[in-house]
Design a protein around this ligand. Structure first.
Ligand code: GUN
Ligand code: FE
Length: 429
């Protein structure tokens, strides 16, 4: 049978957001690209399958980066002394304008895709730029990796400055339809997603047009929500009829449905009303703690969102976040939630390691279906990790080793990566 085998090693996966199941030298069964489960001893029915023994290495579910900007990758880690709106105008928009040049885009996107293959990520939801040709090239490159992604051609018809703005709503919609038509049927692992950048970048008419397109063509939407205080105030001016920022998206039918959930990055300043809107629409919050620290945006109350029953995953938000490393993102998520508890609201307990491991794997993975765990019936997305260079004076449990990997990943090596049972990456020693 195709893509059917057994892996052996130190297995860890979320049972639910409060429980991580582990097996020391356990067995993980893949049949036809699906996980049949993880076992302490191999059931007889799978004994005929090819077994790959990873020894003492760890095997964890692939991670989902629920929010990342591919064209910003090459300037990650610089210009980080600004807040959001100044950062966009000074660094981001001028850089994204360069993607009008397809040769520039091809090269820059190759740096992004090559590094995305090598990190913990197996699934990602990606912003491109407003340029169709460059966006299609990014999709071509991502398709070739074997990663599973959603990619959005960005819509923006106002406040983009020189060279990063479409003429008006009609031409932005027309370009979007042209992009969708060009890629229709072209890929098996790369899906389009509608991408109004955020309310300040999109006129009312454009937002309305995208809401209609989403419903007509059954397309999902991604955007940004309540990231920074100046941004939130600006949105209130731009859409005076809105009761909250989320309501502004709702007015234009951009908040989606449970069947085609919208992803909203950040939600740092989401109040109770905004939480209710997110929940009602089955939206996903892409929590981007690294970005929120770097741009002095704030700390999103993720524990509250979880308690309220809102879908949450983690995003790197490169380049406001400075790394594609989801394990580093997990660490900053933990640290941010501890500071939220200590400094902002001591009624909101810090996130646990169990919760953050869940968010990085199944929390974001669920956006793609049964993804991000090793429970039976899940897509077989797995990352094999070698932590043998992290010396310790005693034997560690699997649970301790994945926590240690999160708090200090300097000596952690990603060995192999599988997506739907296909090995898409192996480290050359
Ligand atoms: N809001 C609108 N555009 C962006 C962007 O590119 N990055 C971040 N972090 N926030 C945004
Ligand atoms: Fe972003």
């Amino acid at each position: 049978m195709k893509d059917s085998f057994v892996l052996r090693g130190g297995i860890a996966f979320s049972e639910d957001k409060d429980r991580i199941t582990t097996y020391y030298r356990g067995y993980l069964v893949c049949q036809d690209g699906k996980c049949m489960g993880a076992f302490p001893t191999l059931p007889d029915e799978y004994k005929e399958l090819q077994l790959y023994d990873y020894g003492e290495r760890l095997i964890i579910p692939g991670m989902t980066d629920l929010h990342v900007h591919a064209p910003q990758y090459t300037f990650r880690g610089i210009g980080m002394d600004e807040e959001l709106l100044e950062w966009l105008n000074t660094y981001t928009f001028p850089e994204e304008a360069k993607y009008a040049d397809i040769e520039y885009a091809k090269k820059a996107y190759s740096y992004f895709t090559e590094d995305l293959i090598r990190c913990f990520t197996t699934r990602a939801v990606v912003f491109a730029t407003l340029h169709n040709e460059a966006t299609i090239n990014l999709m071509d490159q991502l398709e070739a990796t074997g990663l599973i992604t959603y990619v959005g051609k960005v819509n923006m018809d106002r406040n983009g400055g020189d060279g990063l703005q479409e003429d008006d709503a009609a031409s932005s919609i027309a370009a979007t339809v042209e992009w969708l038509d060009k890629i229709s049927g072209k890929y098996s692992n790369t899906m389009p997603i509608l991408t109004p950048r955020f309310i300040p970048s999109c006129s009312d008419e454009l937002m309305k047009g995208l809401g209609e397109l989403s419903a007509e063509r059954n397309l999902r939407i991604q955007s940004h929500l309540s990231e920074n205080p100046s941004e939130v105030a600006w949105v209130k001016d731009l859409v005076p009829a809105s009761t909250t920022y989320a309501n502004a998206y709702e007015i234009f039918d951009n908040m989606g449905t449970a069947e085609r959930p919208t992803i909203m990055a950040h939600c740092v300043y989401s109040n109770d009303e905004e939480m209710e809107i997110l929940k009602k629409h089955g939206a996903y919050v892409a929590h981007c703690a690294d970005s929120n620290m770097n741009l002095s945006s704030g700390i999103a109350p993720i524990k509250r969102f979880l308690d309220y029953g809102i879908n949450v995953g983690l995003g790197t938000d490169v380049a406001a976040g400075s790394s594609l490393n989801m394990v580093k993102t997990m660490l900053i998520t933990l640290q941010a939630s501890k500071m939220y508890y200590r400094l902002i609201d001591n009624n909101v307990k810090p996130l646990t390691f169990e919760e953050v491991f869940y968010l990085a794997t199944e929390g974001g993975g669920s956006y793609f279906g049964n993804v991000g765990s090793f429970k039976p019936g899940y897509d077989f997305d797995a990352v094999v990790v070698d932590d043998s260079k992290m010396f310790s004076m005693r034997d560690m449990s699997i649970r301790e080793r994945i926590e240690r990997m999160c708090y200090n990943d300097a000596d952690v090596i990603i060995k192999d990566k599988y997506v739907k049972g296909k090995k898409i990456y192996t480290r050359i020693e």
